[in-house]
Design a protein around this ligand. Sequence first.
Ligand SMILES: [Zn+2]
Length: 179
Amino acid sequence: MPTILTHAAVPLLLGAAAGRRAVSPRLLAAGAIAAMLPDADVLAFKFGIAYADSLGHRGATHSIGMALALGAIAALAHRPLRTSAWRAFAFVGLAALSHPLLDALTDGGLGVALAWPFSSERFFLPWRPIAVSPIGARFFSARGLSVLASELRWVWLPCGLAALAVWLARRRADGARVP
Ligand SMILES: [Zn+2]
């Protein structure tokens, strides 16, 4: 996994840039949680479930099905999230999906079980620039620093630039609306 905060940063940066009218603060928080949630599966190690098992790390919780399910739960909870059902589904579902996609860009561990429950095959993307974060990482080691540098370059920087573009486009649209 990239580190958990890096997973949360993707929906937080992009959602915040879209503005609170598009993404309510509660929806933003739900997206951040959905982006971190798949790694709750590291608890599987505590129960003696092997990494390669469907219920192991990067297994079922890292699937498209899980992202759809989290999106559907958010859609049901759209009122407390102060948004429409469709927006809740799209934002939370995409936030959840960003997690296995980022993991599939890392250079270590096993791939993600994107197609679970139809297949338990583990997938990686063909290009894997992100240094994998060791499970239970100690960040003040040399390894930790190189992981952080890699995440800054390959996740925070592109997401930050995309967020900036979204924010500028929104400011422009707002400017055009005001006479
Ligand atoms: Zn993960």
